[in-house]
Write a protein that binds this ligand. Structure first.
Ligand code: NAD
Length: 413
């Protein structure tokens, strides 16, 4: 199942259930569900051979009740308005859940960036940012990296905006450190995921130093999650990436694996563990299974075969709604994406604050503040889960929607 389908369905179902449990009036529920604005732009740009090519780009601004719209811009050939719309709403709930003063947005261009040169991508990125200029601003809408966009693309965006409006690093987050990026942003999502695992262990009397972990995906999120969990004393018994997986029941040596992967951008050839497939990896016995690669990785075909005590959703939408039902019946708690992977947007917010203050924080400040935010959000969700006897996903949506709905009503329509 595609990422699009899984995250859209999971979010829609959870939103509706949470709204019912909160007793939200239907007119308020509808106002909060629908996006505030959807912009579609045509982006012509010149290819290296002189030809002009034109692509569709999108920016969806879902809700700005609690602050400027906030969310990434992705480059992927599957991008369409429906996907961007669903992802924009997830950002509203994620920022509200972490109590960050932002709303939610998302953008994208329907392109396979691997088929274009760096110069072509730069020209395209600049033209796209110019096209959405009328609806963005450091207090209006603040984009960030997402699938296939990175710090370099943010640098081009920042430069393009600054040429028109004066030096404005706060227009995007996820920038290179040299252009106002934040210390700690690179590892933020992995660190937040590791904190989520630790809090889950604490609430369920699982000793972290005796626990076992399996991670699917060893990119930015998966590799840093492994690094921090290793520091907590967890035994990482299996990891994978797009090339396949490795299994070592005695525990992988994470420090050398991390370095190998950082250098080669793959775990392939690391010389550790027994080679297994990604399907086999998901069914390994462990305490914490952490899908950190794709949407829909855990679905109705494989959910019943899982052999873990907890699923920690580090990727966006890795557990489909049908799989979530199966796991609920098997009493396997799922800690949802909008909580688990919120470390990234939290440190993006810290980056924006530093840009507005024109004052750089030390790494320790960033990490401490991230820790505080993650632990507080986890506790709030956990309290609702216990009080209302609902899964953590529904509890997360309840906390988030309640926060937005209160602000919405206080601001007045
Ligand atoms: P990444 O591109 O750095 O890494 C992705 C990893 O997944 C790579 O190791 C890749 O080899 C692996 N992978 C790809 N296809 C696979 C497959 N079919 N089977 C197994 N592994 C596969 O991406 P990332 O930044 O680590 O993001 C991972 C997930 O986390 C995505 O769903 C992303 O949307 C989500 N996320 C990321 C951040 C962030 O700050 N990076 C924040 C929130 C959510």
């Amino acid at each position: 199942m595609s990422k699009k389908t899984s995250s859209v369905n999971a979010a829609t179902g959870a939103y509706q259930r949470a709204v019912e449990l909160l007793g939200l009036k239907p007119n308020i529920a509808r106002a909060l569900e629908m996006p505030d604005r959807e912009l579609t732009v045509e982006v012509p740009f010149r290819r290296d051979n002189g030809e002009v090519m034109s692509l569709l780009g999108f920016r969806v601004q879902h809700n700005n009740t609690r602050g400027p719209f906030k969310g990434g811009i992705r480059y992927h050939h599957h991008v369409d308005l429906a996907e961007v719309r669903a992802l924009a709403s997830l950002m509203t709930w994620k920022t509200a859940l972490l109590d960050i003063p932002y709303g939610g947005g998302k953008g994208g261009i329907a392109i396979d960036p691997s088929k274009f040169s760096v110069h072509e991508l730069e020209r395209l990125s600049r033209k796209f940012f110019r096209a959405i200029d009328p609806v963005i601003g450091p207090n209006i809408d603040i984009p960030a990296p997402d699938v296939n966009t990175n710090a370099q693309v943010m640098g081009w965006f920042m430069d393009e905006y600054s040429q028109a409006h004066g030096y404005t690093p706060a227009i995007v987050t996820g920038k290179p450190l040299e252009l106002g990026g934040s210390e700690g942003r690179e590892h933020a999502t992995g660190k937040g995921t590791a904190i989520t695992v630790r809090e889950t262990a604490n609430k369920n009397d699982v000793a972290l130093d005796k626990s076992t972990v399996v991670i699917q995906g060893f990119g930015n999120v998966g590799s840093f999650t492994a690094k921090f969990l290793d520091e907590y004393g967890c035994k990482i018994v299996g990891v994978s990436d797009v090339t396949g997986g490795i299994h070592e029941p005695d525990g992988l040596e994470i420090s050398s694996l991390f370095d190998h992967n950082y250098k080669n951008r793959t775990i392939d050839g690391c010389g550790q563990g027994k080679n297994i497939t990604n399907d086999e990896l998901l069914t390994l016995e462990c305490d914490f299974l952490i899908p950190a690669a794709l949407g829909g990785a855990i679905n109705k075909e494989n959910a019943d075969a899982l052999n873990c005590r907890f699923v920690i959703e580090a990727a966006n939408g890795p557990v489909t709604p049908k799989a979530a039902e199966t796991l609920w019946e098997k009493s396997v708690p799922v800690i949802p994406d909008i909580l688990t992977n919120a470390g990234g947007v939290t440190v993006s917010y810290f980056e924006w604050v530093q840009n507005l203050q024109q004052f750089k924080w030390e790494l320790e400040d960033v990490d401490t503040k991230l820790e505080t935010k993650m632990v507080k959000a986890f506790q709030e969700v956990y309290n609702i889960k216990v009080e209302k006897k609902v899964p953590m996903r529904i509890a997360s949506f309840m906390v988030a929607i309640d926060r937005v709905a209160r602000s919405f009503q206080l601001r007045g329509v």
